[in-house]
Unconditional design. Structure first.
Length: 296
């Protein structure tokens, strides 16, 4: 039995590394966190993830824990203010009108984001047939022929913790951080880099350039200080702890995997350093380039 498990794990590892070499266009944009998470969960310390929990809607969690969420968002605001954050504006969470929209506004996430109860069907699974269209989950997840995006509903069902973790590790890329810069009421301020709309608009929430050289720090400090990964990790970690304490195990792990997403992002060279292989001449050209060029 143990020998067979080792063989299966080696096969999975081989497939992941093979994909890294033959499918760079699909994988290098760092849009496949779930493949990495699936391998991480093979570690012996992750045995507990074989357990199951009841699937639960975000609306259910928000309405049941509306008073606790009020406290959480108030305390998170104090944390942001103590850091001297220039990109924070408190938006009150009103328990008396608790809803998903109220939650998203207090968390300053895209109010159009959808949070379906689904689980991802991993590549190689048989059959690769889902009953939930990708387009109903997010407009940002591409359905590659090499890595088909297939999902099935978990509404009213029990879900394995493992499935929650590898399914929703990619969720922060599915819309919650997109198109936020034109929402003036959120108080994010001037966008430090990336485009205001579309896929590039999420960049400052998924990148943290704290170890750049003195040239960028001096001439374009907004690039170095503009990342908001730590804010996201803190908020979603707090939400995960709250869900766990109040018995909402499904959301405990779903929120936790959101936080893990940003931690994984930091481990990607192009998320932790603006241009990993740049030399002095590149930085010089960037500093004196137009504002439009900097947005690309």
């Amino acid at each position: 039995m143990i020998k067979n498990q080792k063989i299966v794990m080696k096969q999975k590892t081989f497939v992941v590394f093979l994909l890294l070499f033959i499918l760079p266009t699909a994988l290098f944009p760092w849009g496949t966190h779930y493949l990495i998470m699936d391998q991480i969960l093979e570690h012996p310390s992750m045995k507990f993830i074989s357990g199951e929990v009841e699937s639960e809607s975000l609306d259910s969690f928000v309405k049941k824990e509306k008073n606790s969420l009020k406290v959480l968002f108030d305390e998170f605001a104090v944390w942001e203010e103590s850091r001297g954050s220039k990109r924070f504006k408190k938006i009150e969470f009103h328990p008396e009108t608790a809803s998903v929209i109220e939650f998203l506004k207090a968390a300053r996430l895209n109010p159009a984001t959808r949070f379906l109860e689904v689980e991802r069907i991993l590549p190689g699974s048989k059959p690769m047939i889902g009953n939930v269209p990708v387009s109903s989950i997010t407009p940002y997840l591409l359905d590659h022929s090499e890595l088909p995006a297939r999902f099935q509903s978990t509404l009213g069902k029990k879900v394995k913790l493992r499935n929650i973790l590898y399914t929703f590790i990619d969720e922060p890329d599915w819309g919650m951080d997109h198109d936020l810069w034109n929402l003036q009421e959120y108080g994010y301020g001037k966008q430090p880099y990336g485009k205001a709309e579309g896929e590039g608009s999420k960049a400052p929430f998924h990148m943290q350039f704290q170890n750049e050289n003195w040239i960028l720090s001096l001439f374009v400090p907004e690039v170095v200080k503009g990342g908001m990964i730590l804010d996201r990790i803190e908020l979603f970690s707090r939400l995960s702890k709250l869900a766990g304490k109040t018995g909402h195990n499904y959301w405990q792990y779903r929120f936790a995997t959101w936080a893990c997403h940003y931690i994984q992002d930091i481990g990607q060279p192009y998320h932790s350093k603006a241009v990993p292989d740049a030399d002095f001449s590149y930085y010089a050209r960037y500093i004196f380039s137009s504002k439009e060029t900097k947005k690309i």
